[in-house]
Design a protein around this ligand. Structure first.
Ligand code: CA
Length: 226
């Protein structure tokens, strides 16, 4: 099997080199570009398996590049930004990035994210349904697995179904509120957090060893298939 090819778009040379070393050590092939203007032609010509894209770049910025790449390619994109509070805004723009990381990051963390994103792509590529053993019973607000069955409240069920239908996608608290409350009622971020807390506790009954709902620091939540 050939190694997945990762393109690092990063203008801090030292950081790009460090990241490349870690990726290569983890069994990937890594290339890097430091100038935003080189990115689109390179992606078109080389078709990498994943792109790590810095937001602030000389030449072209990461936002523009993400949109432009999405116009011709479904290559997974991990966006890197220096500001955690920016992630929520980026999510709202629906750029089509697959994950977001906050700088300064540890190369180890980036490698873990790369692995997770590539793994998530597998079922999509094969066109296979998620094989995680879960069944969502919409009529009864129940979730079943080989380990058992759990009954949720309506809000918990809709919250979980929203995350579950798009595995790996990060939803901000605001987006989750929009999905689960149709009556425009004002709820705080804390409300979402407390529903998630109860939901996790209940889901532990059907998925005892694995956390299904992941918190993304500064951003929101996502469902990670087992
Ligand atoms: Ca930069």
């Amino acid at each position: 099997m050939t190694a997945s090819r990762i393109l690092i778009v990063e203008d801090e040379e030292k950081l790009a080199r460090l990241l490349a070393d870690y990726l290569v050590a983890a069994g990937y092939a890594a290339d890097s570009l430091g100038d935003g203007r080189e990115v689109v032609p390179w992606v078109k010509a080389q078709a990498p398996d994943l792109v790590i894209l810095d937001l602030m770049l000389p030449g072209r910025d990461g936002l523009e590049l993400c949109r432009e790449i999405r116009a011709f390619s479904t290559v997974p994109i991990i966006m890197a930004t220096a500001r955690a509070e920016e992630i929520d805004r980026l999510l709202g723009l629906e750029l089509g990035a697959d994950d977001y990381i906050c700088k300064p990051y540890s190369p180890r963390e980036v490698v873990a994210r790369v692995k997770a994103v590539l793994r998530r792509m597998q079922p999509a590529l094969a066109g296979a349904p998620l094989d995680d053993g879960l069944v969502l019973d919409e009529a009864g607000f129940r979730v079943r697995s080989p380990a058992g069955e759990v009954e949720l409240t309506a809000v918990e069920f809709h919250l979980f179904a929203t995350l579950y239908r798009e595995p790996g996608r990060i939803f901000s608290r605001g987006q989750l509120m929009d999905h689960i409350y149709t009556d425009q009622r004002i709820v705080s971020d804390r409300t979402i957090d407390s529903h998630i807390k109860k939901l996790r506790k209940k889901l532990a009954e059907v998925s005892p060893d694995v956390e299904l709902i992941h918190s993304v620091y500064g951003a929101g939540y996502r469902y990670e298939p087992v």
